[in-house]
Design a protein around this ligand. Structure first.
Ligand code: SAH
Length: 213
């Protein structure tokens, strides 16, 4: 992303929407902000998906994490402009997840169009690499779920295998989300890929250890 000279001033105006000390809320998200469930988007980008999702679900509290400040500030500005109360953003990296969320605190995690990191050497940086899935497992409640969407077939194939290896239960796998009736709110990246006619891959991965049938 290009350097933005007015970024500090814009970030200053987003105080309160971008939380300054995210570790302060660990284990206390819902008691601080209210809501019947806590949902997290990792790599929220410019925030379209999370802001629209939060508007449609006012009884749920949403957290978006995004390590790219230039994108994060746009997401926060969107939430403020639309006066969405049940959302906050964190300028953090997902590797530090356990410092922001206590064990079992999250009901749902969204991974939308995560970086594909195509080279084998880089696979451990993928947000569905097993070390990340392990962090999510601890942070999720019993029956908690990860919703993943991507345009990248190889990342999707890798992710399905990682989910299965760690012990998540996969449901509603599709190789063409837009050809299904599954409810869907589009992200910025998704809009671009769909305009290019690309299929969207999507799955749900549950932290579930019970008998299936
Ligand atoms: N979800 C958005 C953006 C997808 S691009 C959309 O669909 O439009 C992936 C985003 O994830 C980028 O903005 C990148 O900065 C962010 N990201 C990648 N790895 C991350 C990490 N470890 N922690 C936090 N954000 C990350």
């Amino acid at each position: 992303m290009r350097k933005k000279p007015n970024l500090p001033a814009r970030l200053e105006r987003c105080k309160g929407m971008i939380l300054e000390d995210p570790t302060a809320y660990c284990g206390k998200w819902l008691s601080t902000f209210g809501g019947k469930e806590l949902h997290l988007e990792i790599g929220a980008g410019k925030g379209k998906f999370l802001v629209e999702t939060a508007k449609e679900n006012s009884d749920i509290f949403f957290v978006g994490i995004e390590r790219e400040e230039g994108a994060l500030v746009i997401a926060a500005e969107k939430a403020i402009a639309e006066d969405v109360q049940n959302i906050r953003f964190l300028d953090v990296d997902a590797v530090n997840l356990p410092t922001f969320f206590a064990d079992g605190e999250l009901d749902r995690i969204y991974l939308n169009f995560s970086d594909p990191w195509p080279k084998k050497k880089q696979w451990k940086r993928r947000l569905t690499y097993r070390t990340f899935l392990d962090l999510y497992w601890n942070a999720l409640c019993e029956n908690g779920v990860i919703f993943q969407k991507t345009d990248n077939m190889r990342l999707f194939e890798f992710s399905l295998n990682e989910f299965a290896a760690v012990g998540y239960l996969l449901k509603n796998i599709t190789f063409d989300l837009h050809a299904t009736d599954l409810p869907n709110i589009m992200t910025e990246y998704e809009t671009r890929f769909v305009e290019q006619g690309m299929p969207i891959y999507r799955t749900e991965a549950y932290k579930q250890k019970t008998k299936l049938i």
